[in-house]
Write a protein that binds this ligand. Structure first.
Ligand SMILES: NC(=O)c1ccc[n+]([C@@H]2O[C@H](COP(=O)([O-])OP(=O)(O)OC[C@H]3O[C@@H](n4cnc5c(N)ncnc54)[C@H](OP(=O)(O)O)[C@@H]3O)[C@@H](O)[C@H]2O)c1
Length: 291
């Protein structure tokens, strides 16, 4: 049995679909409020629980041979990015799990002081590496599926909101490729006990994204570039009312302020290990955006 957390998320959903296509036994960890009908129809077991509750994690892990941890955290990095993953790893040891795949984030090892998600992911990476379990840690850059709602807005308005430095580089990865890599990590020897940065095949500056939208919809983009200090002002203002929201926005700010891309050597290494060609952003978007 393969347990997938975050099974209704952008990546988790794709992982469960692939596993069901391969007729592997899957248990999707979902919340009562999650939209999980599709996963059930595809043949996945559904475990209803909350990753903030240790008891739910313990029950979900019963009889499990593999775990793919792909859940996100909203505003509660401590409970979800950190504690839930530590508990999953502890339970994996108790259950004798054969392989644990953890979706981390590119830059987790850069020591960002002000970004709770990055800190939590790095702490979990270390815990997993020292656990004695077989593991694969995947560090994705931005996911292509995040851009779909922005592209739909662009289709209607021609507008693109670019916050922060326009020339910062990124290598956005196809969400379908990341899901395939996560699933294949369970069986590929070269992926065992590796930390792998996962990016798309091209390094783009952020201002190339509206140009791609423009090509897809045959529309000249109107780019509104909001400087980073505007985000800082909002963040500081929020700090007067709610310091936890201010702290959580630190992760968002880090993502906007820095560069997140994989080198060509890193993407070639991925293509070698997983034996397929990574899809570029434009191709991914064209597949999902009926024009
Ligand atoms: N998005 C990116 O650009 C990016 C980049 C690098 C790394 N990552 C990492 O990749 C992973 C997947 O990201 P994503 O964008 O696919 O995530 P997502 O779409 O935001 O999905 C989050 C998932 O976590 C579940 N979840 C949240 N709180 C939960 C709780 N208390 N109990 C049980 N389930 C809970 C959600 O369930 P509901 O459906 O009920 O909300 C959902 O299935 C995450 O670990 C993220 O940190 C993402």
């Amino acid at each position: 049995m393969i347990l997938v957390t975050g099974a209704t998320g952008d990546i988790g959903r794709r992982i469960v679909r692939l596993l069901c296509q391969q007729q592997k036994p899957v248990r999707s960890f979902v919340r009562l409020s999650s939209h999980s009908n599709e996963l059930e129809h595809r043949g996945s077991d559904i475990f209803i629980g909350d990753l903030r509750r240790e008891k739910d994690i313990q029950k979900a892990c019963q009889g499990v041979k593999y775990i793919i941890s792909t859940h996100g955290s909203g505003n509660d990095s401590l409970s979800l990015d950190y504690r839930a993953n530590i508990e999953l790893i502890d339970q994996a040891k108790i259950q004798g799990v054969e392989h644990f795949v953890f979706i981390s984030v590119l830059g987790a090892d850069r020591g960002y002081e002000d970004a709770p998600v990055f800190k939590a992911k790095r702490a979990v990476e270390k815990y997993l590496q020292n656990s004695g379990l077989n593991y694969t840690i995947l560090r994705p850059s931005g996911l292509a599926s995040n851009l779909l709602p922005l592209a739909e807005r662009f289709r209607e308005t021609g507008l693109y909101l670019l916050i922060g430095e326009a020339t910062n580089r990124t290598s956005i990865v196809s969400s379908d490729d990341l899901a395939k890599i996560a699933v294949d990590s369970l069986i590929i020897d070269d992926a065992r006990n590796q930390i792998l940065p996962v990016g798309g095949p091209e390094i783009l500056s952020r201002d190339q994204i509206p140009k791609i939208f423009g090509r897809i919809f045959n529309k000249e983009p109107i780019v509104i570039n909001v400087p980073l200090f505007a985000v800082d002002s909002v963040r500081n203002l929020l700090g007067f009312f709610d310091s936890s929201t201010q702290k959580n926005l630190g992760t968002f700010r880090t993502l906007l302020a820095d560069e997140f891309f994989c080198t060509s050597e890193e993407t070639s290494n991925l293509e070698r290990i997983y034996n397929f060609q990574l899809e570029n952003l434009e191709s991914f978007l064209r597949r999902y955006l009926a024009t």
